[in-house]
Design a protein around this ligand. Structure first.
Ligand SMILES: [Zn+2]
Length: 145
């Protein structure tokens, strides 16, 4: 069945860029490390979301899938060496990915950024399995380059 326009709205917005005369002034968030008190920012004229214009643009899901695979590989090695009590199972990976896929904000590469995504990602891992945070962080650093 083809969704109606109203249903499409509920699923999510495909975001349009505003023309420059329609930019809005907003205060940057503390995490953005911007020295100016306010910035001109682009927003989506359809849903009103502010576009993220920093350098840490949000990643596609494949980036996080690869990180999970690497965590899984490393946990297997640690488990075999009896340096870890648990592994990252396929079921846990599926649950983590499902949670992230259903999270509209996580997948919104228009307004979201990589820092926020990383926080969500770590939180989702913690909810489903017991993986040392240092391991997760070190793999992230390798992938980020
Ligand atoms: Zn929008």
């Amino acid at each position: 069945m083809v969704p109606s326009d109203e249903e499409k709205e509920a699923i999510g917005c495909d975001h349009e860029d505003t023309r420059s005369e329609n930019f809005v002034w907003i205060k940057p968030s503390p995490s953005e490390k911007v020295h100016s008190p306010a910035q001109k920012r682009q927003f989506c004229p359809k849903c009103g979301k502010i576009k993220y214009q920093g350098s840490a643009t949000a990643k596609k899901m494949g980036f996080y899938v690869n990180i999970l695979k690497e965590i899984q590989r490393k946990m297997d090695v640690l488990y075999k060496r009896k340096m870890a009590n648990s592994k990252l199972t396929q079921v846990q990976v599926r649950l983590i990915l499902k949670e992230l896929e259903e999270d509209e904000e996580f997948n919104d590469r228009f307004s979201n950024n990589q820092h926020n995504q990383w926080g969500h990602f770590k939180f989702a891992i913690k909810r489903h399995c017991d993986i040392p945070e240092e391991l997760v962080e070190s793999i992230y650093r390798d992938f980020k380059g």
